[in-house]
Design a protein around this ligand. Structure first.
Ligand code: GDP
Length: 356
């Protein structure tokens, strides 16, 4: 067979040497904790991105390094406003964040956009995976966008996002947006890591039609009826009144904040400054009454216990001795030969004896 000819005048693709790419990647991961921290504190986005990759890695050496980086960055974390945004797919979250993110930057802030999207495990693509959806924001030097870590359980995704928030704060991002899809448990996880929770809804359709659970409406600090433009404008105003009344009869929040409903259109930017004002009022009120600080402390405590529980669970189910007999015990329980409680006790004993 003839060897491929080099055609004169046509530039040839560069020679990609796979082993040198691997070496380069390895070298990056071998950077010291100090180098990572120094880069992050200087706002170096490349170092920040690499450190987040360590957070997302399942390798224990990467995990250990990520933890050391986070811990060293700790004094530089916490100085941001954390906003959670939820709503069903198609409600206009990305478009809204594209507008709102730019508005936040105009107010003198630096914004990081993260996501909690455990479904990316199945769909292979995260809600933020397609950066063209937030083109202006993703190319802005004062914005940092990172899709949801893939291939993880909700617990894993949430913990990694929580850790990523801290690194973004250390890198100077003083406004963090966390996006999630309004379809399940992920709202609870996001609610437990943010200061303010915004629920986006469509004009007209009721909660059930939008797949929104009552609990999620109760978590919201503000409801924004999005896409309130064109022929939707009247319907949106009516929805605002309905949600406004519904919010009014809800039990008061421990923060002392009374959630309201408003209208907006992420596409045109209509209502965006109003949402910013409401959020500013919230921040002032919650700082003055001490809720902001208390809530952050409660959240840290929650994450301590949440992480311990997740890690214990993982250790238990990955233990070889447990794995060997788990099915057997399950069968014995199904046949009525063993009670679930005795079964659990035997498995726990086995785990404790065989965990180093
Ligand atoms: P997401 O799935 O919640 O992130 O929704 P997207 O931001 O991707 O928006 C879904 C669709 O709604 C897209 O076709 C957008 O162009 C459209 N859309 C988003 N915001 C608005 C808006 O304010 N008004 C109108 N009319 N359409 C919008």
């Amino acid at each position: 067979m003839e060897a491929p000819k080099v055609i004169k005048g046509v530039s040839q693709p560069p020679n990609v040497n796979l082993s040198s790419v691997r070496k380069l990647r390895k070298k990056r991961q071998e950077l010291s904790v100090e180098t990572f921290v120094e880069g992050i504190l200087k706002g170096d986005r490349v170092r920040l991105g690499q450190a987040i990759t360590l957070i997302e890695s399942t390798k224990s050496s990467h995990q250990a390094k990520a933890q050391a980086i986070i811990n060293t960055c700790l004094p530089h974390t916490g100085k941001s406003f954390r906003l959670g945004i939820t709503g069903s797919p198609g409600v206009g979250k990305s478009t809204f964040i594209e507008s709102y993110g730019q508005h936040i930057i105009q107010q003198g802030h630096q914004v990081a956009v993260l996501a909690v999207d455990p479904s990316s495990q199945i769909s292979q693509g995260s809600i933020l995976g397609d950066k063209t959806r937030m083109f202006n924001l993703s190319t802005h030097p004062k914005a940092f966008i990172r899709p949801s870590p893939a291939g993880e359980s909700l617990g894993g995704v949430a913990r990694k996002t929580r850790e990523t928030i801290m690194l973004c704060e250390a890198a100077g991002y003083d406004f963090i947006i966390i996006e999630t899809v309004g379809v399940g448990q992920s709202e609870i996880a996001v609610h437990s890591m943010v200061d303010f929770f915004l629920l986006l809804l469509l004009p007209g359709a009721g909660d059930e039609l939008q797949g929104i659970k009552k609990g999620i409406v109760e978590m919201a600090d503000l409801i924004a009826i999005n896409k309130a433009d064109g022929k939707n404008a009247t319907k949106a105003k009516q929805s605002r009144r309905e949600y406004g009344s519904a919010l009014h009869i809800m039990p008061p929040k421990s923060s002392g904040w009374t959630p309201t409903a408003t209208v907006c259109a992420g596409l045109s930017g209509m209502g965006i400054p109003d949402i910013w004002d409401i959020q500013q009022q919230y921040q002032t009120k919650m700082t003055d009454n001490g809720f902001f600080k208390n809530n952050r402390q409660n959240q840290s405590q929650y994450w301590l216990h949440e992480t311990i529980q997740n890690q214990l669970k993982q250790l238990f189910y990955e233990n070889e001795a447990v794995k060997n007999v788990l099915k057997e015990k399950e069968n014995a329980i199904l046949k009525g030969e063993l009670s679930p409680f005795k079964g659990a006790e035997e498995l726990m004993d086995l785990f404790l004896k065989n965990n180093q």
